[in-house]
Design a protein around this ligand. Structure first.
Ligand SMILES: C[S@@+](CC[C@H](N)C(=O)[O-])C[C@H]1O[C@@H](n2cnc3c(N)ncnc32)[C@H](O)[C@@H]1O
Length: 316
């Protein structure tokens, strides 16, 4: 476990120009709308084999990381937790296993379709009837997290896994989460990272730059799995991310390293309750929004990301 230096404030002289953005793309990586489009298309393309490649590329460790990410929330059982950029729904499952009520949100229709397909036939452990026993399907929302019209303080917590480097504007994501999570609620954000130790860094580099693209080209989409390791370059250093979370209104921000520093978790408690800069009335910054059952969830000024349209997510 490694706490980020608390003296590091963000933005500072070095990072002033980065307010509200991810660092400029390295080595020709896309930015802005081009990145949003590329990310969505890429995840639509690789959705079918995404879970398999996740297990292989992380040598099976991603399951433990997800467990850790969720258990670090430390919220009461039954808390309503948003899984931002939920993808195929692994973290939603883990939330349900740990007795939370998950709501998944993602901008890739392909990833959400995969999430639905793998949970559609599930039956609650205690329920009668036939079917695969496991966590009940979570309500899923198709939306861009950066523009979703969240209802203020609606969620008790939020999690994400491997999403930070994929969003176009990390500051905006944090402001959205600070708005959507109630004061005192918790966020736990899991992401890959590069180890500090020279030896581990060398091995990690070999694995990411050679093994991951090779496995990707054999079983999925070669360009996507060449891009994924490169996308680590989007991540600001931990002290900047900590500063961005604090700037968005979070308190008690912690940075935790896992697996020799190949993985990291940002933990924070929602404090101040600020409206994000995005217009809450829709307009060009609001991308398409629809619940996974096809019903429209846009159009409301302060509407829930219709987490509430599907009964299980409704606030009591
Ligand atoms: C590496 S995958 C992670 C999926 C899942 N969280 C997991 O643990 O496997 C990144 C996901 O982020 C989603 N994503 C990227 N930018 C997003 C945004 N602005 N809003 C919602 N989802 C986003 C992508 O569609 C993709 O499903």
């Amino acid at each position: 476990m490694a706490a980020a230096p608390s003296s590091a404030r963000w933005p500072n002289e070095r990072t002033k120009g980065l307010v509200g953005t991810l660092r400029p793309p390295a080595s020709g990586l896309p930015a802005g709308d081009e990145k949003r489009r590329a990310v969505r298309e890429m995840f639509d393309t690789i959705a079918g084999r995404y879970d398999l490649l996740n297990r292989v590329n992380s040598l099976g460790m991603d399951r433990g990381w997800r467990r850790r990410c969720v258990s670090a929330l430390e919220l009461p059982a039954g808390s309503l937790v948003l899984d931002v950029a939920c993808g195929t729904g692994d973290l939603c499952d883990e939330l349900a296993r740990q007795r939370y009520r998950p709501v998944g949100l993602d901008l890739s229709p392909g990833m959400l379709a995969q999430a639905r397909a793998r949970t559609a036939h599930r039956v609650d452990a205690g329920a009668p009837g036939r079917g695969e026993r496991g966590p009940a399907p979570a309500p899923l929302v198709l939306a861009d997290a950066l523009g979703a019209p969240f209802r203020p303080a609606y969620f008790d917590g939020a999690v994400s896994a491997f999403a930070l480097r994929n969003v176009v504007d990390l500051g905006q994501l944090f402001r959205q989460l600070a708005y959507a999570v109630r004061p005192g609620g918790r966020v736990s954000l899991l992401e890959l990272s590069r180890p500090e130790s020279a030896v581990l860094r060398f091995g990690h580099g070999l694995w990411c730059n050679y093994a991951v693209p090779l496995v990707g080209s054999l079983f999925s989409d070669a360009p996507a799995y060449r891009y994924l390791p490169k996308s680590l370059a989007y991540l600001p250093p931990p002290e900047e991310v900590v500063g961005m979370l604090e700037g968005a209104g979070f308190a008690a921000v912690q940075h935790v390293l896992l697996a020799g520093g190949t993985c990291q978790i940002y933990l924070a408690t929602a404090g101040r309750h600020l409206a994000p800069r995005t217009s809450r009335r829709g307009g060009p910054e609001m991308p398409e929004m629809s619940a996974s059952n096809g019903s429209n969830v846009s159009g409301s000024n302060t509407g829930t990301p219709n987490a509430g349209t599907e009964g299980k997510a409704a606030r009591s």
